[in-house]
Ligand binder design. Structure first.
Ligand code: P71
Length: 473
């Protein structure tokens, strides 16, 4: 397995991790369900072998997503009680706006109930037939909203970005040469904006370097194309820049984030990630005319511009959450916890995408279950078995989520077959992580028994949410 080991170890192969403690103590607890193997077999069958259909009361450790699953702090809960529920001009909105402006520097901050609402509004204005929208890698909802508008979503990751085994510092980068070729080929007038997703979620939670953001902006400026950041995990990205990119070691996370945003003309954010909150998002822009159109759309679909579909108390949680996400001690623990799970798996020989990214460990399903063809969904099969083994829910990011079909119905696989184990923020302890590793290792040790799957129902868009599966007999 080329490059899959040693990524989190020093040159002599020593583990570079020291005991990492959670930089918080626990004030309020929630019991987690413990189930038997027999029960899990039944629950999974009732869920049509799709973890999205599982009830959370049947899940011991839920690694489906890090989105909206954060444990909020005492300070966030305290501020929630201060929420000013005024329909218009709420004090809570102005607190939220002030923090987001401080970090991003954008002129217009338009709250939405979550990230995809910001995407829908943006692409219903800038998308449409004949338009082409590039990104280092579109996440599924971004791609879904672009395609729904009639536009084409193009992924331009670097070569290393689609090779799970290559160890590089910034595997989330945009392929700037490919971007230039695309612009020359289709013409800049067909490209209403270009997006960089930080960190690159579908590409393994991998960071994008400051240099890459800057150079992408320079290229786009020559053609008059605006740059937007899909900035769900901007703080995690800024932490990687601080640790890995020359010249940033002595800068604060806030300063790094501010520089990242300074190269962009706007942003969409699902604040359910680095907003450290259970819901929320925003669309931000410097463009007055775009902001006006977006607010009109917001009012007819989401709500008044000072709440955008959120309870005002949610804006309070976000105003505090953004500040907490910028705390370097928190980020050290956060990125360290993900790396710790990665290290435990690497040590046991389990093939994962390396180096570990910001919010999740991604199993490399092609190497984990090489006997299952992409069209038989190896990632889905692994995700199901991990549930059966330990009651752990994970998420396939491969042929189920991003597979396409030829006109005659043949399967076109995406570049990678992954299973994502996303770590909710501040929710699970070190022993939970060790339990996850132990369960995954057990499945890996009996990987030859994993079976291929077929889809028995699928929706026309974003099929992974609701698809139903059966094993191939
Ligand atoms: C994630 C999610 C949420 C999700 C989506 C699909 C399946 C399972 C879970 C959401 C993102 C994201 C990026 C980069 C926009 C959104 C949409 N991610 N961009 O990773 O990662 O935000 O969910 O607030 O609408 O689990 P939204």
């Amino acid at each position: 397995m080329k490059g899959t080991s040693k990524c989190n170890f020093d040159k002599k192969g020593n583990d570079v991790m020291k005991t990492q403690i959670e930089p918080f103590k626990i004030k309020s607890v929630e019991a987690i369900p413990i189930t038997t193997k027999e029960e899990r077999i039944r629950y999974l069958k009732e869920a049509f072998l799709n973890p999205f259909y599982l009830r959370s009361e049947h899940i011991t450790i839920d690694l489906l997503t890090d989105s909206g699953t954060t444990a909020m702090s005492a300070s966030q809960w305290g501020n929630i009680m201060q929420g000013d529920e005024a329909y218009a001009g709420s004090k809570s909105y102005y607190k939220f706006e002030e923090v987001v402006k401080k970090i991003t520097g954008f002129k217009h901050i338009i709250p939405t109930h979550q990230g995809r609402a910001a995407e829908r509004i943006l692409f219903s204005i800038l998308g449409g037939n004949g338009k082409i929208i590039p990104n280092n890698t579109h996440f599924d909802t971004t791609r879904g909203n672009i395609e729904y508008s009639g536009a084409v979503a193009v992924d331009l990751p670097t070569k290393a970005g689609i090779d799970p085994s290559t160890v590089e510092d910034f595997k989330g980068n945009m392929d700037i040469d490919a971007l230039q070729r695309l612009i020359e080929e289709v013409g800049s007038e067909r490209i209403p904006l270009c997006i960089i997703t930080v960190t690159n979620n579908s590409g393994g939670g991998q960071p994008v370097s400051m240099q890459n953001i800057r150079e992408t902006k320079e290229l786009l400026s020559n053609y008059g194309i605006p740059l937007f950041l899909d900035c769900c995990r901007f703080a995690e990205n800024a932490y990687f820049i601080k640790k890995r990119e020359k010249g940033y070691q002595n800068k604060s996370i806030l300063e790094i984030a501010q520089e990242m945003f300074s190269y962009a003309d706007g942003a969409t954010m699902s604040a359910k990630k680095d907003g450290m909150s259970n819901t929320g998002g925003f669309l931000a822009t410097n463009d007055d005319s775009l902001a006006e159109k977006a607010r009109v759309n917001l009012i007819i679909t989401e709500g008044f511009p000072t709440y955008g579909g959120l309870a005002r108390r949610d804006l309070e949680a976000l105003a505090v959450g953004f500040e907490e996400a910028l705390d370097e001690k928190y980020l050290e623990y956060r990125i360290g916890q993900v790396a710790y799970l990665g290290d435990l798996l690497i040590k046991a020989g389990v093939p994962i995408l390396v180096p570990t990214g910001g919010h999740a460990v991604y199993l490399n399903a092609k190497l984990f279950a090489p006997h299952i063809l992409p069209e038989h969904f190896p990632g889905q099969s692994i995700a199901c078995d991990i549930y059966l083994e330990g009651g752990i829910r994970s998420c396939e990011i491969g042929s189920v989520m991003f597979g396409k079909k030829t006109p005659d119905g043949r399967h076109i696989p995406p570049p990678m077959e992954l299973v994502r184990m996303a770590i909710p923020r501040r929710v699970y302890t070190k022993s939970h992580i060790e339990y996850v590793a132990e369960s995954v290792i057990k499945v890996f040790n009996r990987r030859n028994e994993l079976k291929g799957m077929k889809i028995i129902y699928e929706a026309p868009l974003l099929r992974h949410f609701t698809a139903k599966f059966d094993y191939i007999k």
